[in-house]
Design a protein around this ligand. Structure first.
Ligand code: F6P
Ligand code: MN
Length: 424
């Protein structure tokens, strides 16, 4: 209710304002046609805002795009779920996950209906701002990584495990910084997160980090010389969070816990801050051109991993569909088959958790395995701070206790989980 009532209008208003402010740039690039296109996109977004605020029916997509038919089929499926046979799904009377995804897909539709500005990312500015505002933390993390690289060969098992756990936790708390929860308002990282890790530990409600370590360190011990250990990361937000993920990915290679990292991002701008291929490349470039020698070395290494294929970035339209992940093997069998090649899949963030668990009102004690509802492409782990009212796999009484002491514990991003599924 809060998302549809407050966040969506706020995000749309911000998108409209962004288009307004780029008017001159569009004129310089495309002349009068650019101005016309900007006007058209604005009017489509205003219409969208009005539809949502007045609880209009959710209408099919009209503009042809790779996923238009799948979306419209899904809409029909939603309609089929309504008891009332000629009732249409509406903004305030449909599943949250579906409506929220639909809103971002309609923003994209407004933009692709407005050539020549059809590649404009209305959230790009906010994502870049998040990166620049987190500069100091990013620098601290990159320097930490470079220092680690110089001694990594000399670390014993326990020390390596400690470092692995540190970088996992940094990537977890990096997930606090998304922009859709704050309605697109700035949410950057300003404190030194490395020093806060010990204080934050009590807020990790499910902590399966040990499983991740035993899985990867066993592969490292038992693998043949030229064989592959592949870790896949389903990315969430660009900016600070993406830096924490790339640092973890760099460490996995340097520590030889993995030999290949595969990343998955979004094909269209999504939930304000989610990473697209453009954001991914832009961020690596930014880090590479840092004035600080060690920071820029990180960027150069990352670019090199991409060039040499040790880091692989994948696009797939499935990630911006409204479907829960248990539908993946049906809806996107090629993607499911790709994920099956991983030795471990890390799912970053809250939206991925909602899709892993089908965004259902599960009992807190339901096992994660059960909530995954048949989605087991490979051993997987959700790394997520809690921003939505879904949590499974807790100890009996744990959820109730939290509710009694902190009514908003599920939605503030203060708590986090490392939740693992796979053979032990
Ligand atoms: O970037 P994350 O961690 O997926 O968080 C996004 C979350 O913010 C919200 O958009 C807020 O409504 C949730 O729907 C979503 O789960
Ligand atoms: Mn996100």
């Amino acid at each position: 209710y809060l998302t549809i009532k407050d966040r969506i209008p706020q995000i749309l208003t911000k998108a409209i304002d962004t288009l307004h402010r780029h008017k001159n740039e569009m004129f310089e690039k495309h002349g009068e046609k650019g101005i016309e296109a900007e006007k058209k996109a604005i009017s489509l977004l205003s219409k969208l805002r009005n539809e949502s605020q007045t609880d209009k029916p959710i209408v099919p997509l009209v503009e042809k795009f790779a996923d238009t038919d799948i979306w419209n089929q899904y809409l029909e499926h939603q309609q089929g779920l309504l008891n009332d046979s000629d009732g249409k799904p509406r903004w305030f009377y449909s599943p949250w996950l579906f409506v929220e995804c639909y809103m971002y897909r309609r923003i994209h539709e407004a933009v692709i209906q407005s050539p020549p500005i059809d590649d404009f990312d209305v959230f790009k500015e906010s994502k870049e701002q998040n990166f620049f505002e987190s500069q100091e933390s990013i620098m601290t993390l990159c320097i930490h990584l470079r220092e680690l690289m110089q001694i990594i060969e000399h670390l014993d098992e326990n020390q390596l495990k400690d470092e692995f756990f540190k970088l996992l936790q940094i990537s977890l708390w990096g997930n606090k910084c998304d922009l859709s929860l704050s309605g697109g308002e700035s949410s950057s990282q300003k404190t030194n997160v490395i020093n806060s890790l010990e204080d934050l530990k009590p807020f990790i409600l499910v902590n399966d980090m040990e499983h991740l370590w035993s899985l990867l360190s066993n592969h490292k011990k038992t693998r043949e010389k030229a064989s592959i250990v592949r870790v896949d990361i389903v990315l969430d937000n660009s900016g600070f969070e993406l830096v924490t993920d790339l640092i973890l990915a760099d460490f996995l290679l340097s520590s030889k816990l993995a030999t290949e990292i595969h990343f998955y991002g979004k094909m269209i701008p999504w939930f304000v801050s989610d990473t697209t291929i453009h954001d991914f490349n832009w961020l690596i470039e930014q880090v590479k051109y840092s004035d600080h020698k060690w920071v820029s070395e990180c960027g150069a290494n990352w670019e090199n991993y991409v060039k040499t294929g040790r880091w692989v970035y994948h696009d797939h339209i499935f990630w911006t569909l409204p479907h829960e992940f248990c539908a993946m093997s049906q809806v996107a069998p090629d993607l499911y088959a790709e994920l099956q090649k991983a030795h471990l899949i890390l799912f970053k963030g809250d939206l991925n958790y909602r899709k892993l668990t089908g965004d259902r009102k599960w009992e807190f004690t339901v096992p994660f395995y059960q909530a995954l509802n048949g989605f087991h492409p490979a051993p997987l782990c959700s790394i997520r701070t809690l921003k939505a009212e879904i949590q499974v796999g807790l100890q009996p009484g744990q959820g109730e206790q939290l509710t009694a002491s902190e009514p908003n514990w599920l939605t503030t991003g203060k708590y986090g989980v490392f939740q693992f599924d796979g053979p032990l």
